[in-house]
Design a protein around this ligand. Structure first.
Ligand SMILES: [Ca+2]
Ligand SMILES: [Ca+2]
Length: 460
């Protein structure tokens, strides 16, 4: 503690020529004296930016009515308190704050020699880390999002910017910044996500100009992820886990299929069930459906989404509405789970209110037939494959939807369950409640796809 004694005050006043204005005082009233205390454990060391400052005053011939404090000895704030917690903002790497306080007595006389202390504040660099389980997949289309957590013990709000770079960190022009409140960025082809291997780098900068360490994604042995650019406007989403002939069937189908004089092809297949488990999405599914999955779909115009009897409805629900609103066209083919009282949420993206609450027959037999309600579609017949086809379930169309397929009439079920619908005059969505690779004959299956993508969606 360093206080000026009364004698020293006099000396200072004499030497300085009385720079401090003396307020008018009643004759004989003596001004108070002011004292400042440091916390016992915080003598003049480099300190954190939160400071608990204490002061008190003594008046020789009255009592202390309050205090004025200031950080510049020009702008003063009145208080009757004896302490306060101040958040001292960092403006540069290391900042020294001066604190002044002067007591006021019951007669209004101020201490002519305010007590003061200097508080050196040390800046600590920020830190940044990627959000847990937000890793970029091994392979993506030219859309990738990165999410992070930024921390600074001087206050997270003292992070002024995050800087990221793709691949090359040595060129300063390659670093781009986002504001300090940003916690994610999504990159596209225009940002450099061209065909090939890439690495994302990130660091944070605080108000004092201090940098965090640079982190990178991926941080695996390989240290890069692969970006593949779309080969066309047609995307197949493989939402199908059984290791059977389905993937090969669709690949062959679309590689040989001619729609309005062009092959749709099967070069762009996105396996969203690869590595999936009941508790984990597929390895190739990005952490963020919005925007990453949606923006990836938007790289295409036509999507064929085929699912097993456990479709990824949560992903479809969060993405397909945005995709079709942006002009995308979807053929969605799925069987629906055995144990479920309908599929809430399907109506958010497909032209149905729900699926039927239960299956209409236990087994769909070879020869069971989907009758075309709309004559532009071919009749489809269940194949002779001995693999059992269980628990078919009908659809409950929305009022403005068009039914395109129903089951044949049969003594094994009542009525003609709706098995296929589309969403109106200029269709953007066709939903089939069957595993399409189990229906033929091949020429009819091809005709079905040609009708959906050529006639309904107008694929060119
Ligand atoms: Ca006094
Ligand atoms: Ca800092």
């Amino acid at each position: 503690m360093r206080f000026l004694s009364s004698l020293a005050i006099l000396i200072v006043l004499l030497v300085s020529g009385c720079s401090e204005h003396f307020p008018n005082q009643p004759l004989g009233n003596l001004p108070p004296e002011t004292f400042l205390a440091l916390r016992p454990d915080s003598t003049l060391r480099r300190t954190a930016s939160q400071q608990d400052i204490h002061w008190w005053g003594e008046d020789p011939d009255g009592f202390v009515a309050g205090y004025y404090f200031s950080f510049d000895s020009t702008h003063w704030t009145f208080t009757t308190a004896n302490d306060s917690l101040f958040g001292l903002k960092l403006n540069t790497t290391d900042t020294t704050y001066s604190f002044f306080v002067k007591a006021v007595d019951n007669e209004g006389a101020e201490d002519p020699t305010p007590a003061s202390l200097r508080y050196p504040i040390m800046n600590t660099p920020p830190t940044v880390s990627f959000v847990l389980k937000s890793d970029v997949p091994d392979t993506t289309y030219p859309v990738a999002s990165f999410q992070w957590v930024g921390l600074d013990i001087d206050g997270d709000e003292t992070i002024t910017s995050f800087w990221y770079a793709l691949d090359d960190t040595s060129n300063p022009n390659n670093w781009k910044s986002v504001p300090g409140y940003a916690r994610s960025v999504t990159l596209y082809k225009a940002d450099g996500l061209v065909e090939g291997d890439h690495t994302f780098y990130l660091r944070a900068r605080d108000v004092a100009g201090a940098w965090s360490k640079t982190i990178q994604m991926p941080d695996t042995v390989k240290r890069t992820w692969h970006v593949r650019e779309p080969k066309g406007a047609f995307l197949i989403i493989d939402d199908y886990q059984p290791a059977d002939a389905a993937a090969g069937y669709y690949a062959t189908m679309f590689d040989t299929l001619t729609v309005n004089g062009r092959h749709l092809g099967s070069q762009d297949v996105w396996d969203i069930k690869k590595g999936a488990s009941p508790t984990k999405r597929g390895d190739l599914v990005p952490a963020l459906i919005n925007p990453t999955f949606i923006e990836t779909l938007k790289l295409f115009k036509y999507v064929f989404w085929y699912a097993d009897n456990n479709p990824s409805l949560e992903i479809a629900q969060a993405s397909l509405g945005a995709f079709t609103r942006a002009g995308g066209k979807v053929l969605f083919s799925s069987s629906f789970p055995e144990l479920s009282s309908g599929q809430g949420g399907v109506g958010d993206f497909a032209p149905i209110d729900n699926t039927e609450p239960s299956y209409f027959t236990t087994i769909l037999m070879s020869g069971d037939t989907l009758q075309a309600v709309d004559p532009i579609y071919p009749t489809l017949v269940r194949d002779a494959n001995p693999t059992i086809y269980l628990f078919p379930r009908g659809l409950l169309p929305k009022v403005n939807a068009r039914v395109i397929y129903q089951m044949q009439s049969s003594s094994r079920w009542s009525g003609q369950p709706v098995m296929g619908v589309q969403d109106g005059d200029s269709p953007s969505f066709v939903l089939m409640a069957v595993l399409l690779h189990r229906f033929g004959p091949p020429a009819s299956a091809a005709e079905f796809f040609r009708t959906v993508f050529g006639k309904e969606f107008g694929a060119q």
